[in-house]
Design a protein around this ligand. Structure first.
Ligand SMILES: NC(=O)C1=CN([C@@H]2O[C@H](COP(=O)(O)OP(=O)(O)OC[C@H]3O[C@@H](n4cnc5c(N)ncnc54)[C@H](OP(=O)(O)O)[C@@H]3O)[C@@H](O)[C@H]2O)C=CC1
Ligand SMILES: O=C1O[C@H](COP(=O)(O)O)[C@@H](O)[C@H](O)[C@H]1O
Length: 594
């Protein structure tokens, strides 16, 4: 390890650095002996955006951009994940040692590539978070030249309000690094051609090592063929090869296992990054911080104080244009089994031993495996129908030409789930997701129990539960965390009201736009940080919870309850909540903006 430090410091390791950590962590530092011009390093910087750090060899402390300082006597104060020393970034030379990075977008002509992947890669490039020798390769069946591919990408790029400096220049630089190689997903020759194109560009970069990252942004029917092509014919021989796989990871336990076996035939588990972009959202990243770094929350985080937890996702638009895909999956597979269940697992897990990826994922698996499979009688299904509103007709799900007539696929579902462990025994976790509802929103709502022997109970009327504390973590839009508390209305007399302790991200952090989840996750893949990616056994446990329900819904042809486009969803959801003595917090009309 000392040798690696020496390499990092160009042979000038400060004596104090002899007691080096096993790995350099994000935001940890290394101090180099100062000879000649000051050497400045940003070491192992996976830069969680708020906390980029840089250190100079002749300084004892360094400021992080989030305002914290780190002193030379306290190395490794942050340890989110870990990074190999070889990948350390030299600020002054603006290079990642001797290594280039190629990102291959498989399915580069598609919706996700244009909507999310190219903009995220550009944002990282703009921020200087990618190696100097960084290239993008598009691969898909559509015929395109490099120039046409660059035009496609150009139409997707924009700069954040806070990052407009030299935007045009940066975009041009980014586009020059983009290349396109057309091919078939199941043809070895297509991948061989891609490989020789990449090798050519990498060789021209003059770097000795080449890392390669593949994003499989393609429909599931070609996942395995493309993963095989990438792994078998395009693996780098001089660095790492990592493959990002998008959901859906199968349709049920059996198909997911088959997909897992298919991938495992070509790739090691450590090369596979199963993405769930909800884990890359700012407020989800903050969930563990909120829980484990504030004394006031963790002691309350159990059945003793929490009455129920609601995890809610709603969109105010339908499946427009994606009906072909959606109809084969439905809302449970599209959103609940992955995004909402992942949030639940992070919310409910026991404190992990450390913030290392395996420790966190171990705890998530334990929670998932402690859960009861979802019961049909604890589930409500819905499908949106057309509605006339403001002089126009909002189309129903079945009006989409790509949806088969008479489809029973649910576009809305709510279910009650339970965790059979000491912490959560008996606490209902209500998960709800729907398309074409009245608003676009994702949030976690934690409803607390009422205060025993409350001295003010006569002020609340007969329904004590209506005046309990509620913690709301709003994932999107307008990210916020607020706690509803009972308060005396100022003035003479004694009138009580429920008010908010309110942390609105936009005003608190003065950030107009937060980085997109895909930026965070792509950067994590570059840095080999798997904390926010789904491990195979997690996926297996998640499917085990929903597979019996999904099979039952399909075999019994359960008809979804129809709800009008733009409404608050099926009435059945209220009955489900009422069965467990719960009221949906998101329907309480409490938000002044709605
Ligand atoms: N779009 C989104 O918002 C989200 C998408 N995902 C997942 O990401 C992946 C990509 O999504 P998205 O970009 O929307 O998908 P697309 O339907 O846009 O497909 C991506 C590309 O794959 C190729 N393709 C399409 N259909 C087929 C087919 N039947 N056989 C072979 N190739 C095909 C096309 O490229 P060409 O014809 O040029 O080869 C297309 O441009 C999917 O797995 C999707 O489920 C996940 C979350 C959100
Ligand atoms: O994975 C998916 O997520 C999107 C919602 O993502 P968001 O980041 O815009 O909230 C959803 O529309 C889509 O159906 C689903 O496949």
């Amino acid at each position: 390890m000392l040798q690696q430090f020496q390499r990092l410091c160009h042979g000038r390791v400060h004596e104090g650095a002899a007691s080096v950590p096993r790995m350099i962590h994000h935001h940890s530092w290394v101090r180099c002996a100062h000879q000649g011009p000051p050497a400045s390093y940003r070491v192992g910087d996976a830069s969680r955006f708020a906390a980029r750090s840089s250190f100079t060899a002749d300084q004892d402390t360094a400021s992080l951009t989030n305002g914290a300082t780190v002193s030379a006597s306290s190395p490794s104060v942050y340890s989110f994940g870990s990074l190999n020393v070889e990948e350390a970034y030299d600020l002054e030379r603006n290079e990642w040692g001797t290594t280039s990075l190629s990102v291959v977008v498989v399915g580069a002509s598609g919706d996700l590539a244009k909507k999310k992947i190219f903009p995220a890669l550009f944002a990282l490039f703009y921020e200087g978070l990618l190696p100097a020798e960084f290239h993008v390769f598009g691969f898909a069946r559509s015929k395109m030249t490099d120039a046409e591919f660059r035009d496609v990408i150009a139409s997707t790029l924009s700069c954040r309000i806070s990052a407009r400096d030299k935007c045009q220049e940066k975009q041009e630089d980014f586009l020059r690094r983009c290349f396109y190689s057309p091919g078939q997903y199941d043809k070895a020759d297509s991948f061989r051609e891609l490989n020789s194109r990449m090798s050519e560009v990498e060789a021209a970069s003059g770097k000795q090592r080449a890392n390669r990252m593949f994003f499989l942004s393609i429909p599931p029917n070609v996942f395995i063929a493309a993963a095989g092509g990438a792994a078998d014919f395009c693996s780098t021989r001089t660095g790492w090869t990592r493959v990002i796989v998008e959901k859906p990871f199968g349709r049920d336990s059996a198909s997911s296992a088959a997909l897992g076996r298919g991938l495992a035939a070509h790739l090691r588990e450590d090369q596979i990054y199963r993405i769930d972009h909800y884990l890359g959202k700012e407020l989800i990243e903050n969930l563990t911080v909120l829980r484990f770094s504030n004394l006031v929350f963790e002691p309350l985080w159990s059945r003793q104080y929490i009455r129920n937890v609601q995890i809610v996702f709603s969109e105010n638009f339908g499946t427009e244009g994606r009906g072909g895909y959606f109809d084969q999956y439905g809302i449970i597979r599209d959103v609940i089994q992955n995004h909402l269940l992942q949030i639940l697992a992070l919310f409910a897990m026991e404190p992990p031993v450390s913030l290392a990826a395996e420790d966190i994922r171990n705890e998530k698996v334990k929670v998932l495996r402690s859960m009861r499979t979802v019961q049909l009688e604890d589930t409500v299904l819905g499908q949106y129908r057309s509605r006339h509103h403001g002089g126009r007709t909002l189309p129903g799900y079945l009006d989409d030409a790509t949806v088969p007539p008479g489809s029973l696929t649910p576009t809305f579902a709510a279910c009650a789930m339970f965790i059979n462990n000491a912490r959560w025994d008996g606490v209902p976790f209500l998960l709800k997701a729907g398309k074409a509802l009245h608003t676009r929103r994702a949030e976690i709502r934690v409803q607390f129990r009422h205060v025993p022997g409350n001295l003010y109970k006569h002020k609340f009327g007969p329904d004590l539960d209506s005046a309990t504390n509620e913690l709301v973590i709003r994932i999107q839009p307008k990210e916020a965390i607020y706690l509803k508390v009972n308060n005396k209305v100022p003035g003479l007399g004694l009138r009580l009201d429920t008010t908010r302790l309110d942390l609105q991200y936009q005003s608190a952090f003065n950030q107009k736009e937060l980085p997109d989840a895909y930026e965070r996750l792509l950067l994590d893949v570059v840095n080999g940080d798997k904390r926010l990616f789904i491990r195979y056994d997690e996926l297996e446990a998640a499917w085990d919870l929903f597979t019996p329900l999904l099979h039952e819904i399909e075999s019994r042809k359960v008809a979804p309850e129809l709800y009008p486009y733009g409404s608050r969803g099926p009435v059945g959801a209220h009955y489900l909540a009422a069965k467990y003595g719960v009221r949906w917090g998101d329907l309480a009309n409490e938000d002044p903006e709605e």
